[in-house]
Ligand binder design. Structure first.
Ligand code: PMP
Length: 294
């Protein structure tokens, strides 16, 4: 991934993709003092760009550091990056980290860096592919107690358990894994939130120890606008067999139907497909509107 054409925005300037490097004694690498975002552009427009930038700042704040670029600068940088890279449907990855001046657990005065990369990510809307649903494993590792880590931060350190769980699932032939939280309640997938459908109602865990995804909130809004009841509550793994439909939400996942979690099967039903199409219409519709307004 490090040898490509194009540019990466790095601490305020555009540098050639293959030259966007950092030192091996970077604090962020050793101690996970790093936060990031995952964003998507549709039709050349970044979906909820400002919200992602706000979350990036909030994530850094929770890790005790300040990103030395304000939101307006970051938002402009993202747009300029898309233009310079000639990207229309793309994924964007802003990442901020503590630098390499001090090499110890304490690094309060290390420089804070920010880089933004973007690459093509076509959002082919292939219903027949997506509508098959994906299979999830049950993850061995659990989301930690909020007393253990600042769970609202999109912090690199919290992704260790996600990578472990995802690799283990993939090794067994699953697409992803469902993670429980430290209490044994259903939490989320390794990079997406989870929803269930039962008797025409939508159920989803309360985000009290995992990321309250931007897509999650968007999809809850779309569901309520359709008149569907959305219930945020404690969901126990024993209940999984009683749900008819299941889907994931996330910037990368968008709305992804789930066909199986371990021994339980789900159908890709009406509510799931309606929300999948509504989300697609929203992200594309917003882009079309903005493009038409210019
Ligand atoms: N949970 C985790 C662990 C994630 O990495 C993501 C993706 N950022 C989400 C949930 C969904 O968040 P969003 O909808 O803001 O992309």
């Amino acid at each position: 991934f490090d040898q490509r054409d194009g540019v990466i925005w790095y601490d305020g300037v555009f540098v050639p993709w293959s030259e966007a490097k950092l030192h091996v004694l970077t604090h962020g690498l050793h101690y996970a003092s790093s936060v990031f975002e995952g964003e998507r552009a549709y039709g050349g427009r970044i979906f909820k760009s400002e919200e992602h930038t706000e979350r990036l700042h909030a994530s850094a704040d929770m890790l005790g550091f300040r990103i030395p670029f304000d939101s307006a600068t970051i938002n402009t940088a993202k747009e300029e990056l898309l233009r310079r890279m000639n990207l229309v449907d793309a994924y964007l990855r802003p990442v901020a980290w503590r630098g390499s001046e001090m090499m110890g657990v304490s690094a309060r005065h290390n420089t804070i860096h920010l880089a933004i990369a973007a690459w093509e990510w076509p959002s082919y809307f292939k219903p027949e592919e997506k509508l098959k649903g994906i299979r999830l494993d049950m993850a061995k590792y659990r989301r930690p107690d909020p007393a253990t880590a600042p769970y609202k931060s999109k912090a690199a350190g919290l992704y260790m358990i996600c990578t472990l769980s995802k690799h283990e699932a993939e090794n067994k032939g699953y697409a992803d894994a469902l993670m429980l939280d430290w209490r044994g309640q259903v939490a989320e997938a390794t990079g997406a939130n989870v929803f269930f459908v039962q008797d025409g109602r939508i159920h989803t865990p309360k985000p009290d120890c995992f990321l309250d995804g931007i897509t999650r909130r968007t999809v809850i809004g779309l569901a309520r606008a359709r008149g569907f009841e959305v219930i945020e509550r404690v969901i126990l793994p024993e209940e999984l067999g009683g749900f008819e439909q299941c889907f994931l939400t996330g910037t990368a996942a968008e709305v992804t139907p789930v066909s199986e979690i371990g021994p339980y099967s789900f159908t890709v039903g009406d509510i799931t497909t309606t929300l999948l199409r509504d989300y697609d219409a929203l992200v594309r519709g917003q882009a079309d509107q903005l493009n038409a307004a210019e």
